[in-house]
Ligand binder design. Structure first.
Ligand SMILES: *Cc1c(COP(=O)(O)O)cnc(C)c1O
Length: 374
């Protein structure tokens, strides 16, 4: 390859995705593909089958569908394609992404009940159980695994147990956790899990994917409320066409995704990536606490993905200036998303290691301009 100019990243993205990706992931996009040629379709099939392998799922009972668009398109595709007309969705929310699932249901005129635990709390299992026991019209339950709004990790094992005991279909938005946190899809009883290319798999943005129970997906023929987001039809086309998409597919993004999956394997799979992320997050939180920052959530609620810190209670503190100070030092962080609290977020997923977190802490120390004399 003869490339004159390969730009370097001027800063690390400490965001929940798109995130900093490896050079090889970016370089893998430097050729063009024909959407219906077998060279490309076989990459799609490899990626689909790899998604089942890393989830320890049997291809006889589980399947995957890739869907164009950002992660929300895949969430909307599931909600709009798996709910029968008479169905009712219970959404367990504790942040903006849970709320978004309920909003999708409202847009699609799907009956929906919302149990909002508040941004700082987990859902009470007895309450979930009594809602389900008291309303037999609820057919599906949806929850977010890692609520990226705060960094809260919801207990999908315990919630799944309640959902299965009550015999409802279980939908999990694992957008910001799949690939970075082990998820036992089969034992938890997840029927549809949703994630996207540009989070813990460490690919680039452009499509999302659904890991689903084949027998559940088979029930969805003709249910979709949208043509382009018809999950069942997309699945049929991919199965029958051996990796074909219905409409233009993000070819370069899929090729990069395949490379990202190879790198996930080389790292040691999801358990090894989970360890790295957990160490990143510990390094981050310990360092920030030493500088006087406090986390919004208690440690026991925390995911190893993204952390919310309370803004310093100091006259003259301004997020935008803090952000810019960090950016010139090579780090991009994220604004807060919780109402009622002044805060900011720092992600630790992507091509990021504990030594990057150490370097970040040094830069944060230098960027605390509100502490400097004068
Ligand atoms: C990123 C994310 C999404 C999808 O967001 P997009 O901007 O559409 O990619 C959905 N749910 C969660 C929990 C997320 O972190």
């Amino acid at each position: 390859m003869n490339i004159k100019y390969l730009p370097e990243n001027p800063y690390l993205l400490l965001t929940p995705g798109p995130l900093s990706t490896s050079k090889a992931v970016k370089a893998s996009m430097l050729r063009d593909w024909c959407t219906w040629d077998e060279d490309y379709n076989s990459i799609v099939q490899q990626a689909r089958s790899e998604l089942l392998t890393i989830s320890n799922l049997d291809a006889k009972r589980y399947t995957t569908v890739l869907m164009q668009g950002s992660g929300t398109f895949s969430v909307e595709s599931v909600i709009g394609s798996v709910m029968p007309e008479s169905g009712k969705l219970l959404v367990l929310a504790n942040g903006a992404y849970g709320q978004r699932i309920a909003e999708i249901a409202r847009y699609l005129k799907i009956q929906c009940e919302l149990y909002d635990a508040g941004d700082l709390e987990r859902h009470q299992l007895e309450k979930v159980n009594s809602i389900l026991a008291g309303d037999s019209s609820i057919s599906h339950v949806a929850v977010v695994h890692c609520e990226t709004t705060t960094g809260m990790l919801n207990d999908i094992e315990a919630i799944g147990e309640v959902v299965k005991k009550n015999r409802r279909t279980f939908i999990v938005d694992a957008m910001s956790s799949f690939g970075g946190i082990p998820i036992d899809v089969e034992n938890i009883g997840i029927d549809f899990l949703i994630s996207s290319a540009n989070k813990c798999i460490q690919g680039v943005p452009g499509f999302g994917f659904v890991v689903g129970k084949t027998s559940e997906l088979e029930k969805c023929d003709g249910l979709a409320r949208s043509l382009s987001l018809d999950l069942f039809d997309q699945w049929k086309t991919m199965e029958e066409g051996h990796g074909k998409w219905r409409f233009t597919s993000p070819t370069h993004v899929v090729r990069a995704f395949r490379q990202a999956l190879i790198e996930l394997n080389t790292e040691g799979g999801i358990p090894a990536r989970f360890q790295r992320y957990a160490e990143n997050q510990r390094t981050l939180v310990n360092g920030m606490r030493k500088l006087g920052f406090e986390t919004l959530l208690p440690d026991e609620f925390h995911s190893p993905i993204i952390t919310t810190f309370l803004s310093p209670n100091a006259a003259g503190y301004d997020f935008v200036r803090f952000y810019k100070e960090l950016k010139v030092r090579g780090f991009v962080i994220y604004p807060g998303k919780v109402t009622n609290y002044q805060c900011f977020r720092i992600g630790n997923i992507g091509e990021v290691r504990p030594n990057d977190m150490e370097a970040l802490i040094s830069s944060v120390r230098e960027s605390m301009y509100w502490k400097l004399p004068g």
